[in-house]
Design a protein around this ligand. Structure first.
Ligand SMILES: Nc1ncnc2c1ncn2[C@@H]1O[C@H](COP(=O)(O)OP(=O)(O)OP(=O)(O)O)[C@@H](O)[C@H]1O
Length: 250
């Protein structure tokens, strides 16, 4: 479980986040949603320790990240897996080498065979056990995301962060990636946090959602009650999507 308490963040006197508190539950796909420029990525960076907030706490299973010493922070970081927006694979490495990369950096106690077994366990889990020797340039967008997911879980991560996992994918591939993230979350009992502005994703995997608007958290709930919200800003966000608007008329 990750708990954030009263997060405040500014850049050059411009306040971006105002007192954000939330609980991201273990074994669930938690989502941070909102329109472009509303502070989702900044909040994600505050949570993973890339951008320290001026105020507030980030607790990883009760461990206060920003109050921890370097060693403790390193330990927490080693439990975090990230799926980046553009997958962020290394173009000059094979799929196997890409997934192996975190093990080479942090898995110093593992033998070469153990590392390889772990890489192929993860590739198998995302359906790419035969793609180990391919280069990223030979992969489709959806396959690249799968490799990114395999790399994010290779260290036995407890916490999985996904920044816009659907960007650039067609709707069917996008749903497959969403479902894979949800399955892996349940199977490995991860605390998963997905940043998205895609309503299809929200309806598919949004088990625990916070909605940001202009740096404020205006709503929290799940995909079972989001369509019935009376928060006007959230309604505007949901029904700016044409398909959702049609659905709402029925
Ligand atoms: N390092 C930075 N320095 C200054 N301003 C920043 C920095 N990072 C983000 N911002 C500003 O913070 C605001 C929120 O940006 P953020 O990237 O969090 O939005 P977002 O909700 O993730 O949008 P999108 O969905 O388009 O990615 C924007 O006005 C952005 O310009």
């Amino acid at each position: 479980m990750i708990e954030i308490q009263n997060i405040e963040k500014s850049f050059n006197d411009k306040q971006i986040l105002y007192g954000i508190s939330a609980v991201f539950e273990q074994g669930k796909t938690n989502m941070i949603i909102g329109a472009s420029g509303t502070g989702k990525s900044v909040l994600l960076k505050c949570i993973v320790g890339l951008v320290p907030p001026e105020k507030g706490k980030v607790l990883y299973n009760s461990r206060d990240f920003y109050q921890s010493n370097r060693e403790e922070q390193k330990k927490i970081r080693s439990e975090i897996g990230m799926l980046f927006q553009g997958s962020a694979l290394f173009d000059s490495m094979t799929v196997e080498e890409n997934v192996m990369f975190p093990l080479n950096i942090q898995g110093e106690k593992m033998s070469a065979n153990e590392k390889k077994d772990r890489v192929y366990f993860c590739l198998n889990r995302v359906g790419l056990e035969n793609a180990g020797q391919k280069m990223p340039s030979e992969l489709s967008g959806g396959m690249k995301k799968r490799v990114g997911i395999a790399r994010a879980i290779v260290l036995n991560s407890q916490y999985l962060f996904c920044d816009e996992p659907n960007s650039g994918l067609d709707p069917i591939t996008a749903i497959r990636i969403d479902n894979l993230i949800q399955e892996i979350t349940h199977e490995f009992n991860l605390t998963t946090v997905v940043v998205s502005h895609d309503m299809n994703s929200v309806m598919e995997i949004g088990q625990n959602i916070i909605f940001l608007h202009k740096g404020y958290k205006l709503w929290e709930g799940s995909n079972t009650n989001i369509l019935h919200t009376d928060c006007q800003e959230l309604r505007d966000f949901i029904f700016s999507n044409k398909l959702m608007m049609e659905f709402n008329k029925q």
